[in-house]
Ligand binder design. Structure first.
Ligand code: ZN
Length: 55
């Protein structure tokens, strides 16, 4: 089972769904603001998580 996080960019309010365990850093597709960073296999969130989606 994979978990995805629905985030809102704190800078431009762009909604973006990201993988909960990203292999690299995740940036906003619109303004390039840092959304999440990997820390020991687990994502360290820099954006607000609106919803957790389990697929
Ligand atoms: Zn943004």
């Amino acid at each position: 089972m994979s978990t995805f996080l629905k985030t809102i960019c704190p800078r431009c309010k762009h909604h973006q769904t990201i993988f909960s365990r990203p292999s690299i850093i995740v940036k906003c597709a619109k303004c390039n603001h840092l959304l999440a960073k990997t820390s020991g296999g687990k994502a360290r969130m820099h954006a607000k998580v609106q919803e957790v989606i389990k697929a």
